[in-house]
Design a protein around this ligand. Structure first.
Ligand code: SF4
Length: 331
């Protein structure tokens, strides 16, 4: 039942997905596809805004992301799944919107300053036109399809607000309600820590790969940080300082309380506790692993899916672009 509106959302292809990415966003998309008309884009142009100097892995990353999405259960018939650069109107609309977007609006986006600060001292230079204009490209992505809804996490609400401002400014300036103001669809994303307790991130080397095999999963679960004060199996533990327990709460919700009680009483060993977790995770993720393995062997099919999605996206983009240009007296 698709009656709640049209969604646009994208993800940057930046290497193999991990379980944190899946729980943080993709799992939500899989749910949303049943409620909304969805345009899901692998936003490779966005990847260039920060990783412009080395593009050697870009195509591979796009393919990996498409495999991840399909393995997770995104339906390429139900949704329009495509690569951003395959629809040239994204770049065209970003250029047009960039003409009228005040610099001050871009400079005050919190993630802009944060990212520049994070990269101080590294060899990445984000003092570029493309990086500053990133939110304009994001606005173009959403506006090109006249999306009415955008799934957002907490750190992206400033971007969506900027898109709404750009929409209002356009409609007011060209005296035509060309674009709807997109609304936020907030979701309760599950946050998974990395296996060492820090944020799950490839740069920390603490991730669990998305679509991991049972062996890979066990290797990662085995290395998870537990209560460091627990030496012997009979020592009472504190589940709240244990990463394994954080995962039990997500993947083994029914038994999590029981496990916490056993941990506090010193009646369960950490190895046994980890084995239980790995089994639960396997039960939940086995289908994804199998599907991912199958799809990885079919690059021709993945390319067909992306081309099919691009064709459908182009029809919409070309129609809307004609209307946008007419409103701006461009022909
Ligand atoms: S028993 Fe389980 S919850 Fe308790 S410290 Fe060991 S691994 Fe963590």
């Amino acid at each position: 039942m698709m009656n709640k509106g049209r969604i646009f959302s994208g993800m940057q292809p930046s290497g193999r997905f991990h379980l944190g990415n899946y729980m943080g966003a993709l799992e939500n998309w899989v749910r949303l596809q049943h409620e909304y008309e969805c345009f899901f884009s692998i936003v490779d142009l966005h990847a260039l805004t920060s990783s412009y100097a080395d593009t050697s892995k870009l195509q591979e990353n796009v393919m990996e992301m498409a495999i991840d999405w399909l393995s997770a259960g995104l339906d390429p018939e139900k949704n329009v799944i495509f690569v951003q650069s395959h629809v040239k109107e994204h770049a065209e609309l970003a250029l047009l919107l960039g003409m009228s977007t005040p610099l001050g609006w871009l400079e005050r986006v919190p993630t802009y300053k944060d990212k520049i600060r994070d990269l101080e001292g590294t060899n990445k230079d984000l003092h570029t036109y493309g990086f500053l204009g990133y939110p304009v490209l994001m606005a173009a992505d959403i506006m090109l399809y006249k999306a009415t809804c955008v799934p957002v996490g907490e750190d992206q609400s400033a971007h969506l607000e900027l898109t709404r401002e750009i929409v209002r400014r356009f409609n007011y300036m060209y005296k035509k309600e060309v674009f709807p103001e997109p609304q936020a669809v907030y979701s309760k994303a599950k946050v998974l820590p990395g296996i060492d307790g820090r944020k799950m991130s490839k740069s920390y080397g603490n991730t669990i790969p998305f679509g991991a095999s049972p062996e890979e999963l066990w290797q990662q679960v085995r290395m998870m940080t537990t209560d460091p004060k627990r030496i012997k199996k009979t020592d009472p533990g504190d589940p709240n300082v244990c990463i394994v327990y954080q995962f039990h709460k997500v993947f083994n919700t029914e038994e999590a309380n029981n496990i916490a009680a056993q941990c506090c009483a010193g009646s369960i060993g950490c190895v046994q506790c980890k084995k239980m977790l790995a089994e639960k995770m396997n039960n939940m993720l086995a289908d994804i692993h199998i599907k991912r393995e199958e799809l990885s062997k079919k690059p021709g099919y993945i390319k067909e899916v992306l081309e099919y999605g691009a064709q459908r996206a182009r029809v919409e983009a070309e129609n809307n672009m004609a209307e946008i240009k007419a409103a701006m007296n461009i022909w």
